[in-house]
Design a protein around this ligand. Structure first.
Ligand code: FES
Length: 79
């Protein structure tokens, strides 16, 4: 399974969350707070909202709660 992350192909495994795909690719921070602090996977259970990404044009998706699907287009830093 391949997803596009900010225009770059990233390989994942079936059943992984998008956060899992990002972490497996070595991407551990993909957005920032208003103060510029890096954010990515934190709670992993859908509570903290630190892992937000835009997926297939849908903003504010929690990467830890979305199953990755082949062809997903993920944009970081927007949400
Ligand atoms: S890591 Fe906390 S909501 Fe996704």
């Amino acid at each position: 399974m391949i997803v596009q992350v900010d225009g770059k192909p990233v390989a994942g495994r079936d059943g992984q969350s998008l956060a899992g795909v990002l972490h497996a690719a070595g991407i551990v921070a993909w957005r920032q707070t208003r103060g510029g602090a890096p954010r990515g996977l934190f709670c992993g259970i859908g509570v903290c909202f630190d892992c937000l990404v835009t997926v297939n044009g849908e903003p504010g998706v929690r990467a830890c709660q979305r199953a990755a699907a082949d062809g997903d287009i993920v944009v970081t830093g927007e949400s």
